[in-house]
Design a protein around this ligand. Structure first.
Ligand SMILES: Nc1nc2c(ncn2[C@@H]2O[C@H](COP(=O)(O)OP(=O)(O)OP(=O)(O)O)[C@@H](O)[C@H]2O)c(=O)[nH]1
Ligand SMILES: [Mg+2]
Length: 483
C-alpha cells in the first residue's frame, strides 16, 4: 500500500483499459454467467468417473478445501458455495451423479455403469472475485459472483466422424477398406470382406443386402473395440449411437470402390450406400457440431494412454490415430470444414488428459503427459494460430492406490485392492516412455488394465474424493472464469 495507504488506488487510464479488456463483462459477472465444460474421450476412458468425482469434490470443497487446493478459487479461500443446480427444463438427459456416487460408496465398492448417450449436470459456484474487481463488485452485489458451470458428457467416438465431412463416400470407402485389410484388423474383418466381395458396388440396389452389410460392418467395429482394443473406428455412431435409434439412413457400410470411381451409378448398391452416407453426414455429424459442440467453449479429452500402452503396438497406434483425429475438432483453419460447421463459435481451451494415473507411480506421471503430447503430434502443430488453447496432463479422478514402497526388478509400482478380490494387490509397470515405443520394444499385448476398487467414499458432499491433478485440470479449464 505504501503512500496510498487508506486510499483506493485508481489505475492510470491505459492500465484501466487493459484491465477492462481482461475481465468478463461486469454486469454479466454480477448477475452470474455460464461456462460450458464438455468431457469427452473414447469408451472406457473415464468420463463418467471424472464428472462424478469433479462434481462431488466441488460440492464438498467448502467443507474440505484440502481436496482442491490447486483450484485457485478454493485455494485462495474465495469459494462461498457450490450447489447442484435446481431442476430446469434442460434438453439433455441428466447426468446420474447421485447413482454414480452411490455405486462407488457401496460395500463392496464398485464403479458406475458404462454410458451410451450425451448427458449434462449443472453446478452453481458462488465466489468472491479477486482484486479490484472484487472491491467494485463488493458494492454492486454484496461481494459475490456466481458462475454456472454446465458439464456435458459425450462420447469421443462422435468426433471421429469429422473427417467424413470432407470425404466422398467413395473416398471414405477406399480408406476404410484399406485400413481393414492390414495387420491386426485383417483377421476380424474376414467375414465382412468376403460379403462385400460377393456384393460389388455396381450390383442392383437392395435393401436386404445393404442392411446385411451394415450389420456385419457394425459388428466388426464393436469386435474391433472390445476384443482387439481398437479405437479408430468410423462411423463413430455405429459404435456409440446415442439416442439415434435404428433408422434406415444408418444402414450403410463401406464397399470396395475402385480407384477412379468417384460417384456410384444410380440404381446400384453403391448409390444406395452413398445416399445414406450423405444423409448421415448432414443429419448426424453436421448437426452435432452445429447444435452442440459449438457451445462447449471448454473441453477435456480423456485418453486411456496406459490401457493403450498395455494393449500392444497396433492398438496403441490405433489410439494414436484416433487421438489425432479428435484433435482435428480443435483446429480452425480459414476455410476448413470445422470452421464451416461452427462458424465464429470457438472452443477456447482444451485439455488432453491421460487418465487412471493412480495405476502408475508418481515419478512416471510426467512421462505420461509427455507421451500423450507426442501421440497427438503436437510438436508439428506448435504454431497455434487460431487453434484452441491446447494443454496436456495426467490425472486420476478417483485415486484408488498408493505408491508401493519397494521396487521389484528396478520397476516401481502401486498397491491397491482389486475389485472383487478383497485383498491388496501390487501392480508393477515398466517405465512410461515419453515417445511412442519403437516397433521392436513392444511386449505381448494384454487388454484391460487391472481394476482397483475405489477408496472409501462418503456419499454426502462433505469429505470429497481423493484424486490426482483434478483441481489443477479444472483450474486450467475454467479458472479464468472464477477470478
Ligand atoms: N483406478 C481408477 N480407475 C478408473 C479411474 N477412472 C476410470 N477408471 C476405470 O475405468 C472404467 C471406465 O470409467 P468410466 O468413467 O465409466 O469411463 P467412460 O469414459 O464414462 O466409459 P463409457 O461410458 O463406456 O464411454 C471405470 O469403471 C474404472 O474401472 C480412476 O481415476 N482411477
Ligand atoms: Mg460413461
Amino acid at each position: 500500500m505504501g503512500e496510498n495507504h487508506g486510499m483506493l488506488k485508481i489505475p492510470a487510464l491505459g492500465g484501466l483499459a487493459d484491465w477492462l479488456n481482461d475481465v468478463p463483462d461486469l454486469t454479466e459477472l454480477a448477475k452470474g454467467s455460464t461456462v460450458w465444460l464438455a468431457v469427452t474421450g473414447l469408451s472406457r476412458a473415464g468420463k463418467t468417473v471424472f464428472i462424478t468425482s469433479l462434481v462431488h469434490n466441488l460440492l464438498s470443497a467448502l467443507h474440505n478445501p484440502n481436496r482442491m487446493p490447486l483450484l485457485k478459487v478454493v485455494g485462495e479461500g474465495r469459494l462461498i458455495a457450490a450447489r447442484q443446480e435446481g431442476a430446469k427444463a434442460h434438453l439433455l438427459p441428466r447426468f446420474p451423479y447421485m447413482d454414480n456416487i452411490e455405486a462407488m460408496a457401496r460395500t463392496p465398492a464398485g464403479w458406475p455403469r458404462a454410458t451410451a448417450d450425451i448427458s449434462e449436470i449443472g453446478v452453481d459456484i458462488r465466489f468472491v472475485p479477486t482484486g479490484l474487481l472484487g472491491n467494485m463488485l463488493g458494492r454492486i452485489s454484496g461481494g459475490a459472483a456466481t458462475l454456472k458451470l454446465r458439464i456435458v458428457d459425450y462420447p469421443g467416438e462422435w468426433l471421429l466422424d469429422l473427417p467424413l465431412m470432407s470425404q466422398s463416400y467413395a473416398e471414405w470407402s477406399r480408406a476404410m477398406i484399406q485400413l481393414w485389410r492390414r495387420g491386426l484388423r485383417a483377421e476380424p474383418a474376414a467375414d465382412f470382406m468376403a460379403f462385400i466381395a460377393d456384393h460389388p458396388h455396381g450390383e442392383p440396389s437392395s435393401e436386404a443386402v445393404a442392411k446385411q452389410a451394415h450389420d456385419l460392418y457394425r459388428a466388426l467395429l464393436i469386435t474391433g473395440r472390445d476384443k482387439h482394443g481398437l479405437s479408430y473406428l468410423q462411423p463413430g455412431r455405429f459404435v456409440c449411437p446415442g439416442a439415434l435409434g435404428d433408422v434406415p439412413y444408418l444402414w450403410f457400410a463401406p464397399l470396395d470402390m475402385p480407384e477412379g470411381t468417384d460417384r456410384a451409378t444410380s440404381g446400384t448398391l453403391g448409390a444406395l450406400m452413398e445416399e445414406r452416407y450423405e444423409v448421415y453426414k448432414k443429419e448426424v455429424v453436421a448437426r452435432f457440431y452445429e447444435d452442440y459442440f459449438r457451445h462447449y467453449g471448454r473441453q477435456i479429452v480423456l485418453v486411456d494412454v496406459l490401457g493403450a500402452l498395455l494393449a500392444g503396438r497396433e492398438a496403441f497406434e490405433d489410439t494414436r490415430l484416433a487421438t489425432e483425429a479428435i484433435l482435428q475438432s480443435f483446429r480452425y483453419g480459414q476455410h476448413n470444414i470445422l470452421t464451416k460447421l461452427i462458424g465464429s463459435a470457438r472452443v477456447e481451451r482444451v485439455l488432453f488428459a491421460a487418465t487412471k494415473a493412480d495405476h502408475i507411480p508418481d515419478p512416471q506421471r510426467d512421462n505420461m503427459s509427455a507421451l500423450l503430447r507426442n501421440m497427438a503430434a503436437i510438436p508439428a502443430l506448435e504454431a497455434r494460430g487460431s487453434n484452441a488453447d491446447i494443454n496436456f496432463t495426467t490425472l486420476a479422478s478417483v485415486a484408488s492406490t498408493l505408491d508401493a514402497a519397494q521396487e521389484v526388478d528396478g520397476r516401481q509400482g502401486v498397491i491397491g485392492r482389486m475389485v472383487g478380490a478383497g485383498k491388496q494387490t501390487r501392480f508393477y509397470i515398466d517405465p512410461i516412455p515419453v515417445q511412442p515405443p519403437r516397433p521392436d520394444t513392444w511386449g505381448a499385448p494384454f487388454l484391460g488394465i487391472p481394476k482397483f476398487e475405489p477408496p472409501l467414499i462418503d456419499p454426502a458432499p462433505v469429505d470429497g474424493i481423493p484424486h490426482i491433478n483434478l483441481d489443477l485440470a479444472l483450474d486450467y479449464l475454467i479458472g479464468d472464469r472464477l477470478r
